[in-house]
Design a protein around this ligand. Sequence first.
Ligand SMILES: [Zn+2]
Length: 290
Amino acid sequence: MQSIRERVEHIAAIAAGAQGVSQEAESESSKQTYDCHRCKDTGVVVLLLDLDEEVPIGDRRMWDEQFHQRAHVMKSCGCQERKRIEKLFRSSNITENFRKVGFKGFVIDGRPSCVREARDVALRYFQTFDSIRNTEHNSLTLLGQPGSGKTHLLMAVCNGLMRKGIPVQYFPWVEGFGDLKNHLDDLEERIDTMKRVDVLFIDDLFKGRRHPTDFQLEQLFNVVNFRYLNCLPMLVSSERDIDAICAIDEGMGRRIWERSYGHRVIMGLSPEERDAGMELNFSLCQPEKS
Ligand SMILES: [Zn+2]
């Protein structure tokens, strides 16, 4: 078996070879720019246990004889996790503008009680996600009037989950189907991704006055049914209430509703709020500063 020292030397040699780093050449190579200076883009650093200091692979100190006397371990550089998360965001279909949407920027003061309820349910869902994700009630559904903040809250959940390293895919009803129709060659592959991604966010389910097409119903039922049978989490928003959804496709509506047990809110005004002239609509999706 290789000793740690041998492994370090081996990797250091590869890193040096790949990047043209040698003791003589280091002054030259230090002028190179790296995405990550800690690991010089090798993805690995050496942690000196006595100093609690990270040394990049290829660092000239690694050639010193004393270096190998020190207790050290190799570890993945912090940039690897950041890259992984950045990749998750890129593959989620969530646009740059939406990536900073979070719970902090969601206004509840002076708004109808259902808005606070939806915020509380979404926040609780996010905070307990790890413990519920493999249960039968692992989905989140927010229904009701446009402009009430459904997309903002579900987006906040998505962004939070991706920061924790959990893959999410965003599927806005209208644009999503437009995109599928434009790429019929790899329809199967795209539908398969929607079936299997860790978390699927279907935004504005059945949006529009028109009845969904057979193509839309067939493809989405495929996805929802697969996720239902395999207990995979879904985040769903719709302007329609659950009766209207079930009137269009009872099987799909029932599956989404059942999986969202404990995490579903229908946004609407109470009679008192309506009498008081309160509004549910509010333009909320402002990216946070932080
Ligand atoms: Zn790095």
